[in-house]
Ligand binder design. Structure first.
Ligand SMILES: *Cc1c(COP(=O)(O)O)cnc(C)c1O
Length: 228
């Protein structure tokens, strides 16, 4: 199979599974945004995805993403979901339409300073790990405090919460916990409606626990080469 057919077939497959999982959860597939995570894949794959109608792309590395952004049409929404480094964040804020992985006030402050003209939508990343914060994300016990500081900043709109399922817990248990965290959170931050969770291995489960944004790479593009 050539690359176009391969990607098209995978994309159709994932799309059908998303629709089925949404219906099973009594949700509308329209309220779920598929972000195709294109990190490490070549520009040619992104061009294929674009030709197939994909407009939501996810990247993890500033340099790689900046170069791709400059070579693709401007009607794409770019999502950054990688680990934040302060010295890259100014640049990331310039190309990313959405930043999913904010877990410290100092990062939100940098984004705020860079986004005075148009507010930047962000997600706060919540840690589902034991112990919390071992792989990024804020400890759920500190979430409301962090969110109330972030929402005081100009230039930022708090879109929702983001999480990555832990490797040592069944994703269903983790996503059930995340759903509860999000429901409680909405009581204080009613506009933070989005929930970015679900990757290639667990997106159907994530949908059943309220995910609104799925970040899917390998199920659509194949296995990534390990990053050196
Ligand atoms: C790479 C990555 C994804 C996509 O992972 P796949 O397993 O390839 O679907 C999603 N979220 C984050 C934070 C990632 O770093």
């Amino acid at each position: 199979m050539n690359r176009i057919d391969e990607i098209k077939s995978n994309l159709d497959n994932v799309g059908a599974k998303i629709a089925a999982a949404a219906i099973k959860a009594h949700r509308s597939p329209d309220e779920i945004t598929l972000i195709v995570v294109t990190k490490t894949f070549p520009l040619s794959d992104l061009e294929i995805l674009y030709s197939l109608g994909v407009r939501e792309f996810g990247e993890n590395r500033d340099q790689e993403a900046s170069s791709k952004v400059g070579q693709l049409p401007s009607d794409i929404n770019w999502h950054f979901q990688g680990q934040i480094q302060s010295n890259k964040l100014k640049s990331i804020t310039n190309w990313a339409n959405y930043i999913h992985s904010v877990d410290q006030l100092k990062y939100a402050q940098i984004i705020s300073e860079q986004s005075r003209v148009q507010a930047k939508p962000i997600f706060i990343q919540v840690s589902l790990d034991h112990p919390p914060e071992s792989r990024g994300g804020v400890d759920p016990a500190k979430l409301v405090q962090l969110a109330s500081e972030i929402t005081k900043l100009p230039g930022i709109s708090l879109h929702g919460l983001m999480a990555v399922a832990p490797t040592d817990t069944a994703p269903g248990t983790a996503f059930a916990n995340l759903k509860k965290i999000h429901t409680d959170f909405l009581a204080s931050f009613p506009t933070a409606k989005s929930l970015s969770s679900g990757m290639s291995g667990d997106y159907e489960m994530a949908i059943s626990y309220g995910a609104t944004h799925l970040r899917i790479g390998s199920s659509i593009l194949g296995n990534r080469q390990p990053i050196a």
